[in-house]
Design a protein around this ligand. Structure first.
Ligand code: FAD
Length: 555
């Protein structure tokens, strides 16, 4: 059993504020809160439901709130339920409240005469803002605050400091700076025989963990396929143990060799939703992998190994924390300035899985249905939307992922969108994923497409990736007429990708010439020049629906 690294001297009540870190194991904030309660004090474990995050938005493009798709909301509720159950087994419970989190929390601190406030440190801008407010109140009210870093392997601030105040922008330099985490060989699994009891909550409105229906989600049509992820620490640890028990698989894991089309048994751990909400500790995961490596001396290494994947996570957290405006192109020093288009028609077709490219549309359907896709599948659709075919702004695609992914993570999502759009980290814009041949390599029969796009389930294998090339008689036999039952391709990949490369070459040239200081006006001038020369995005293979796009972009 590990000991909390900080403890309070006074007695009285403590409040454990859960936000992410929805777990009991390796939770230093919970450990400290429980140890801080002495002299007949109480421990108040709190989670605040922010209505902005959870309430149905009837105007949203798919079921869910304005900020989160229904799959992520369901996952969060299941995680809270599981946490509540675990706390109850230890003689405590989760106090769920609704409202603006800062306001609700400050009220609790006042009402319950809290002397110690504990919560996991969070680097996301949303929490950075919120936490300043709460810490300011706590300091004025002489409440002790303990906010340890336990969501990531390293403290991003430490790495940035080691690098002279700048975040490392390459994975290799990050690895060199990071080294071994300080806790690498300390026990992290806390064993709580029990937790201090919960005191009187006064007039605070405590609710049970709500159901989706109680949040206002009624008559939701989710189709016949629920995502295969049940939220919570119990399920997360079960999945972690299953993954880790296959030692050969862990020791030989090589990310680029995974099959993105495998869906009955995905090629990776599928732990990302559990890491996102902190149902599984990334530090505990790290130690489990290290244990396997100790027993299996011959194993793969970063960047492709399983440990390497966790380090990618920390890499993006570190760069994101140290880069102002990380989530936008403008004002972001590490992001190339590129004259992306804002074409909503192209964006909508991509988002709604109506591009006419089955491989792309199947992946986007998996995003809607599961809220999770394999990493290389994410590569394909992000590349297609941005630098590969449609030249739509990466921030628009990022928004769609941010809302629909269960594992939606501010640092990782933004970092990967910049990567895939060749805006940062990766610059080989001539290497474009083919929406036809890439998927075919892994899944020549198109089983993945048939599963997620059942309209194409009877299309013969030789046409499944390019159904518009099937003779009409074949389409009729497969009960799928292209242009009627399934869309024609919205662009010709060959010419669209050629145009994209040309545009990126010109944008890179401009960034180089102006030393990265590219104004809005410079981009507009470049855009006009490129519009005059490159036009194939607006020239689909078959001319359906192109005129609208043309009108919109030119206006
Ligand atoms: P595994 O391969 O089993 O890896 C284990 C863990 O390592 C993952 O759970 C994740 O926490 C971390 N990891 C793996 N790959 C990466 C990576 N490239 N960058 C950072 N961390 C990584 N991942 C998210 O967790 N949230 C996101 O919002 C997100 N958005 C993405 C957007 C795009 C455009 C792309 C290309 C990738 C994105 N990823 C995101 C990264 C990656 O695709 C997922 O982490 C991974 O597919 C999750 O599956 P897994 O848990 O089975 O991964």
């Amino acid at each position: 059993m590990s000991m909390a690294s900080s403890s309070f001297s006074g007695s009285g009540n403590a409040l454990m504020w859960f936000r992410k870190g929805l777990r009991i194991h390796d939770n230093p904030a919970l450990e400290c809160a429980s140890k801080g309660v002495t002299g007949g004090g109480f421990l108040y474990p709190v989670f605040v439901i922010d209505p902005h995050y959870m309430e149905p938005d009837p105007r949203a493009s798919s079921p869910g709130s304005s900020r989160a798709g229904l799959n992520r909301i369901r996952f969060l509720l299941e995680s809270l339920k599981d946490l509540d159950l675990s706390l109850r087994k230890l003689g405590s419970r989760l106090l769920v409240m609704k409202g603006e989190p800062g306001e609700v929390l400050i009220n609790c601190l006042k009402q319950w005469k809290v002397e110690k406030l504990c919560f996991e440190y969070d680097t996301d801008p949303y929490y950075q803002q919120l936490d300043i407010r709460v810490k300011d109140y706590a300091s004025a009210a002489r409440i002790e605050v303990f906010s340890p870093v336990s969501h990531t392997l390293f403290n991003p601030a430490d790495i940035i400091q080691k690098n002279g105040g700048r975040p490392p922008v390459s994975y290799q330099s990050f690895l060199k700076l990071a080294g071994e985490p300080s806790w690498a060989s300390s026990p992290l699994m806390t064993i709580f025989p029990s937790l201090p009891s919960v005191g009187d909550v006064g007039s605070s409105q405590i609710v049970e963990v709500p159901t989706l229906e109680e949040l206002g989600y009624v008559d939701i049509e989710m189709g016949n396929e629920l995502p295969p992820f049940r939220g919570g620490e119990s399920e997360g640890l079960k999945r972690l143990r299953e993954a880790i028990s296959n030692e050969k698989w862990v020791a030989t894991f090589e990310k680029p060799k995974g099959d993105p089309s495998a869906f009955l048994r995905p090629a990776t751990t599928t732990l990302s939703p559990y890491l996102k909400f902190g149902c599984v500790s990334s530090r505990y995961f790290y130690q489990c992998i290290q244990d396997v490596y100790t027993r299996n001396k011959k194993h793969t290494s970063p960047p492709v190994s399983l440990l390497g994947q966790l380090l990618w996570r920390d890499f993006f957290y570190t760069v994101a924390f140290g880069t102002p405006n990380f989530d936008q192109m403008r004002g972001n020093k590490i992001c190339k300035q590129i004259p992306w288009n804002d074409n909503d028609e192209l964006l909508t077709a991509w988002r709604e899985a109506k591009t006419g490219y089955p491989w792309i549309d199947a992946i986007m359907t998996q995003l809607h249905k599961w809220g999770w896709m394999h990493h290389l599948a994410r590569h394909c659709v992000a590349c297609f939307l941005t630098r590969g075919d449609l030249f739509v702004h990466w921030e628009k695609g990022r928004d769609v992922f941010e809302r629909l992914l269960i594992d939606s993570d501010w640092a990782i999502n933004n970092g990967n969108w910049m990567w895939l759009s060749c805006s940062s980290f990766f610059y080989q814009y001539n290497r474009i994923y083919s929406p036809i041949s890439f998927g075919k390599k892994y899944d020549p029969n198109g089983n993945y497409i048939r599963h997620f796009l059942p309209i194409l389930k009877d299309m013969p294998k030789e046409y499944i990736y390019e159904p518009w090339t099937a003779p009409l008689s074949v389409q009729a036999k497969a009960k799928c007429i292209i242009g009627k039952d399934y869309p024609k391709p919205m662009v010709s990949h060959d010419s669209a990708s050629k145009d994209c490369k040309q545009k990126l070459a010109a944008a890179y040239e401009l960034n180089k010439k102006l030393n990265g200081i590219v104004s809005e006006e410079d981009l507009k001038v470049l855009q006009r020049k490129l519009d005059a020369t490159c036009d194939s995005v607006l020239n689909p293979v078959h001319s359906h629906s192109s005129s609208g796009a043309k009108r919109q972009r030119r206006s």
